[in-house]
Design a protein. Structure first.
Length: 239
């Protein structure tokens, strides 16, 4: 009997792509942010209502913990249930979300999803993890990104780490951020991939952009690329 194809519970992707700042290494299909956005991130705010938050960029698998009605569903970036993935790392994420279901039910409203990086398997960066393998960095309601402080409050209630904050205030240039990437706040053994600039205005999300170091090689530790066995940063403890 043929297996029914997986469907996207949200009807769309869970998370989109983030445009790049100048000097960032672009991958296939990537694009730069607008020059005006670059100026706001790095040089000059429009006025006192701009808030620029810079966080450490993590290197794992983009996933989400979603509340769809009364159900908690683990999603991959493309929007499919993680449990339907052929990859063990996503199966482990789905099992972890199910095992911790009570943590999510009381912090997420119907239609919300907490976006984060699943660091269980090394992609292009190995981690000596100092916390759980899921690190939150965004909170969405349908297609809307909620304010950073809302995401942080939800993550705190769930006792989850968030992407380390490198700066919170006005514009800050890459030259000032790069020295802060010399040591990962998340236990990266290899060089930190980069940083993410998030701009909020009058307390609401406005836009987001990232910088990725030029010598970063995407996914070189994944078996599909390396031809070698998986490299794990985290595995569940056997009962």
């Amino acid at each position: 009997m043929a297996t029914a194809p997986a469907i996207k519970p949200l009807g769309h992707k869970s998370y989109g792509s983030i445009p790049h700042l100048p000097g960032s290494r672009l991958g296939p299909g990537d694009h730069h942010c607008h020059a005006g956005q670059e100026r706001i991130c790095w040089d000059k705010a429009r006025d006192r209502h701009d808030r620029i938050i810079v966080t450490e960029k993590l290197d794992g698998s983009n996933v989400a913990i979603a509340r769809i009605g009364d159900d908690i569903v683990a999603l991959g970036r493309a929007g499919y249930p993680a449990q339907t993935s052929k990859y063990e790392q996503h199966q482990l994420f789905a099992a972890w979300v199910r095992a911790e279901a009570d943590r999510w039910t009381h912090i997420l409203n119907p239609g919300d999803r907490l976006i984060g990086e699943w660091l269980a398997q090394a992609h292009g960066t190995r981690y000596d993890l100092r916390h759980e393998p899921f690190v939150a960095f965004d909170l969405m309601s349908a297609q809307r990104r909620l304010p950073f402080d809302c995401m942080r409050a939800v993550a705190d209630l769930a006792r989850l780490p968030i992407a380390s904050i490198l700066h919170d205030g006005g514009p800050i240039h890459l030259d000032a951020i790069r020295p802060l990437l010399d040591e990962s706040r998340h236990g990266a053994i290899d060089p930190v991939e980069g940083a993410v600039w998030r701009v909020e205005r009058r307390g609401e999300f406005d836009f987001i952009a990232k910088w990725v170091r030029h010598d970063k090689v995407d996914g070189y530790l994944l078996p599909d690329v390396s031809g070698n066995p998986e490299v794990w940063n985290w595995r569940p403890v056997a009962a």
